[in-house]
Design a binder for this molecule. Structure first.
Ligand code: SF4
Ligand code: MG
Length: 332
């Protein structure tokens, strides 16, 4: 099946002013050559520590920013080739859920006004039609229509999350991008939302991208998962392969360190993750994980490993996997 979205060698660099200077700028390389497909109706997870480029990649996926190198394609059409008008039309198919719309919108906006915003801006509907669509969306996400005229300050975190889902859903998206959406919720509320996401997926043919640092949550909901480190994807695999037979030393370290992850192949301490990642302003040559990798060897500091498919559907960027392949070939 054709991918819903293709991300091809996407790069995104920001300029930041050097501390203590007036006009000296440095480049922060937030996303560095990321390539992957999002398949229709999958639950794609993106995990990594804070500062790994997840948030920048999130904005690229929602088309709120464009890559400064590389491309994003939709059904074979390059984002760069679209006119401004069709870009705006298409963009509403990819909805980024705000973590808390209450913080992003004027404080005296009612629940109904919040949910209708995107649809109202699109134009063409009467007040009454708008209201009907909002009430339908509220029902769909399990919000009582009686909340329509309420101000959201009295609502729970779970209810506010439902408001963001309704806000997105009302625009009939194909893809919902959820940036830490489930992280702030307690277990019960999280389970209810996961249920809701799967119902909405069935009904509306939705695809999800979950961006999170929470491995236990990602394991519960995602079918395929990518691990990011310092602006790159170091591993992509199906849920089971990633959690039971990870290939990349960084993935192994992440799983080994995850406190809330039960039934995993490593104990804490099997793979220690020490130190901090290098600064995205000053990225060393070779493998970006080399400074923390317990298995680093000579080649790692000289040559950057490429993400490649070394077993069907399993991608990783690590020289060790080449070595193993050579070993297998020799043994055969
Ligand atoms: Fe570690 Fe080398 Fe693999 Fe990088 S390429 S993850 S440093 S073994
Ligand atoms: Mg971030």
């Amino acid at each position: 099946e054709a991918p819903l979205m293709r991300i091809l060698d996407a790069h995104r660099t920001y300029k930041v002013r050097k501390r203590g200077t007036f006009n000296t700028y440095r480049n922060v390389q937030a996303v560095r050559g990321v390539t992957f497909d999002i398949l229709p109706r999958e639950n794609f997870g993106i995990v990594g520590e804070s500062g790994c480029g997840k948030s920048t990649l999130t904005r690229l996926l929602a088309w709120l920013e464009t890559p400064d190198r590389g491309d994003i394609q939709l059904a074979g059409t390059s984002l760069a080739a679209l006119s401004r008008r069709s870009l705006l039309d298409k963009r509403s198919e990819f909805q980024l859920l705000l973590q808390d719309p209450y913080n992003a919108l004027p404080p005296r906006t009612t629940v109904g006004r919040m949910i209708e915003e995107g649809l109202r801006l699109r134009g063409g509907l009467s007040r009454r039609e708008l209201r009907e669509r909002v009430v339908a969306a509220m029902r769909e996400v399990g919000l009582a229509p009686a909340l329509y005229d309420q101000l959201p300050n009295a609502l729970s975190t779970g209810e506010r999350q439902r408001i963001s889902i309704a806000r997105a859903l009302i625009l009939s998206p194909k893809l919902l991008i959820l940036d830490e959406t489930l992280s702030a919720l307690d277990q019960g509320e999280q389970a209810k939302l996961i249920d809701l996401f799967s119902q909405l997926q069935e009904k509306n043919d939705l695809t999800y991208v979950f961006i999170s640092h929470d491995l236990a949550m990602v394991r519960k909901v995602c079918t395929r998962i990518a691990v990011m480190y310092l602006g790159e994807m170091v591993e992509i695999a199906d849920n089971h392969d990633l959690f039971f037979d990870p290939q990349h030393p960084y993935t192994k370290a992440l799983l080994s360190a995850a406190p809330t992850l039960e039934d995993k192949p490593f104990d804490p301490g099997d793979y220690l993750l020490e130190g901090e990642p290098p600064s995205p302003i000053d990225i060393p040559p070779g493998c970006s994980f080399a400074s923390r990798c317990p298995q680093a060897f000579g080649r790692c500091r000289a040559e950057t490993p490429r993400l490649r498919e070394h077993k069907p559907g399993r991608f990783a960027a690590c020289h060790l996997l080449d070595t193993e392949e050579v070993g297998e070939a020799a043994a055969a």
